[in-house]
Ligand binder design. Structure first.
Ligand code: HEM
Length: 450
């Protein structure tokens, strides 16, 4: 199906008159309003390689598993991450792993991989439970409109403080609050319209936030370097490859800031999507609870992985609502995708979320049907890039097993301690300015059962 460089390449289709969008922002507002509808229209109008006007001018949207797979595999090294992502998220996550390219990326990834080995993951997953238990202890006994998304966001932040930082022994609660605000300022800066260090703007707050985070991490660096502790921060200080390559202090700080960002909103939105669907499908909630009830309060990583129904539900939730609906690239050389020529210096939007809902790959794609991931049906195997919530190729999410462990650990405890329901017709009103989240906090009817 992939026609890379085997036949004469066609030029990019011309933009239809009605697809120019608004001055300056192009189709950005269409994306923010309904990304899935925009992607579907692009696919229906242009096919797998579609012209798209966005902020900053003309770009290209790649749709379907073949076109997306070509960019993710990046066999001809024509697609770069750094110039594309830094334009989108600003300078606040500079030198994070996802923003590095080619040889430099490979060198850093080889070191970072050591922080995500099976042994380390077992350590992180064990250490999550005290923070999860403390967080859930604060959830109400009964609430008819519990804003689950915000509660989960706080919970994952608390888990991250433990697992990523190993605590913050010298920091007062008020200072910690400032650090949390700084972190949020960096994340929210991505959606800023004024893109410069201007006071009272999102970017201005982002710059100040980055400085607060750097100072905070630098304060703890000597202690984490001195003693190897199980948290990710200390691991980044100590890990090395077989050749003895290690991170410098400034690498540790840059990677920590990026990792906290990469891990937080993605895991939170996955958790809230799972809660939504389990609240709307009591038979699946029962099934997942029965499997959790058969395990102890603090299961091992292997036990968490044995929660079969929860695994199916998590995969289906990631398909229906990919936390990262699109990833971006910039071409650094002329290239050909699905027979269409894309010149160097083109911004490219790769669209896993569209692939996840293609009727060509999935039966009744908008239905919640976790069983489609079972070994018997294996719809995700219909194409190597049919299911790509964690991306693919050399930049594939390095935290995917970490994320699965955290999501399952939290849900395991929620299933044991609570039951909940969500109206069958509820559709979360999503904010799509950066990573998607439910604007209404996703209210659920919650009852504590233990
Ligand atoms: C459900 C949760 C998550 C989802 C859906 C997710 C999704 C993704 C995606 C799509 C990419 C690829 C970006 C690209 O190709 O440009 C990525 C990369 C990355 N993710 Fe995740 N992520 C999740 C959780 C995490 C967690 C928990 C961590 C860390 C503990 C993490 C760390 C990273 C890093 C470091 C990269 C860059 C990898 C590289 O460029 O080599 N992610 N993630």
């Amino acid at each position: 199906m992939t026609a890379e460089r085997t036949e004469p390449a066609r030029p990019l289709p011309s933009l239809a008159r009605g697809d120019r969008g608004l001055p300056v922002v192009g189709r950005m507002l269409d994306y923010v309003r309904d990304p899935v509808a925009l992607m579907r229209r692009q696919w229906e109008t242009y096919g797998p390689v579609a012209p798209l006007r966005l902020v900053g001018g003309e770009s290209v949207m790649l749709l379907g598993p073949d076109a997306c797979g070509t960019a993710l595999r990046n066999a001809d090294k024509a697609f770069a991450n750094g110039p594309a992502w830094s334009r989108l998220v600003g300078p606040f996550f500079e030198r994070g792993l996802m923003l590095l390219d080619f040889e430099e990326h490979r060198a850093h990834r080889r070191i970072m991989q050591q922080a995500f080995t099976r042994d380390r993951l077992e350590g992180y997953s064990e250490a999550m439970f005290p923070a999860i238990e403390a967080g859930l202890a604060g959830w109400p006994g009964r609430h008819d409109s519990f804003e689950s998304y915000w509660a989960l966001k706080q919970l994952t932040l608390d888990v991250a403080a433990e697992i990523f930082m190993g605590g913050a022994e010298d920091t007062t609660p008020a200072q910690m609050e400032e650090v949390n605000r700084a972190f949020i300022a960096c994340v929210q800066a991505a959606a800023g319209v004024v893109r410069g260090n201007v006071p009272f703007t999102r970017w201005g707050r982002g710059y100040r936030g980055r400085k607060v985070l750097e100072d905070f991490l630098r304060h703890y660096l000597p202690a984490r370097r001195a003693v190897r502790t199980p948290d990710l921060f200390s691991q980044l200080c100590h890990i090395e490859t077989d050749d003895g390559d290690r991170f410098e202090d400034h690498d540790v700080v840059d990677h920590m800031i990026f990792l906290m960002m990469a891990a937080h909103d993605t895991s939170t939105i996955t958790l809230s999507t799972v809660l939504q669907h389990l609240g709307q499908h009591p038979e699946w909630q029962r099934r997942c609870r029965e499997e959790s009830a058969a395990l102890g309060e603090r299961p091992s990583l292997a036990e968490l992985e044995s929660l079969e129904s929860l695994d199916l539900v998590m995969r289906e939730s990631l398909r229906l609502h990919a936390p990262v609906p699109v990833v971006v690239r910039r071409t650094v050389a002329d290239t050909v995708v699905e027979g269409v020529r894309i010149p160097a210096d083109t911004d490219v939007v790769v669209t896993p979320q569209h692939t996840h809902l293609m009727p060509e790959l999935w039966t009744a794609p908008t239905d919640f049907d976790p069983e489609r991931f079972s070994a018997a049906r294996a719809e995700d195997r219909s194409h190597r890039f049919a299911w790509e919530p964690f991306g693919g190729g050399v930049h594939k999410c390095i935290g995917l097993f970490f994320a699965s462990a955290e999501i399952k650990a939290v849900l395991h405890r929620v299933l044991r301690d609570f039951s909940w329901s969500v109206d069958a017709g509820y559709v979360p009103p999503m904010n799509n300015h950066s990573l998607p989240f439910p604007k209404d906090g996703q209210p659920i009817r919650l009852t504590r059962t233990r």
